[in-house]
Ligand binder design. Sequence first.
Ligand SMILES: [Zn+2]
Length: 132
Amino acid sequence: MNSKSSKKRAFKKKLKVEIDLRNRFQKLIHYNLTRPLNIRPKHWLYDSKQWRELRYKTLRKYGFRCMACKTSESELHVDHIKPHSKYPELAFIESNLQVLCKDCNLGKSNIYEDDFTIDNVNTLHYECVTGR
Ligand SMILES: [Zn+2]
């Protein structure tokens, strides 16, 4: 009886995370679709298919919110912990990526190498994505 209801609770919790993620992603899509084409950057990194896949993977992994200030309401960037301007060899390394809002990312710039990944993994969702 008990294990049945705890399974039910776990399922409900998982569902809530899924819905929450979907809502946040829809906001993100809406933002990108309403952004004028002429201000989207043409960049060796940001315009590559590999980057877009890695970027999305990182957003899913960390749950579509800024890992520094925790907002999910503002424009989200996938940040290179070690900036790609200084370490281009780390540009596509998953463990070098984190989610920051625009303000936090522009503030961090390529000056700091602050790592917010510790304690920020969206474990529940990551588990169901990777099957672990
Ligand atoms: Zn932030």
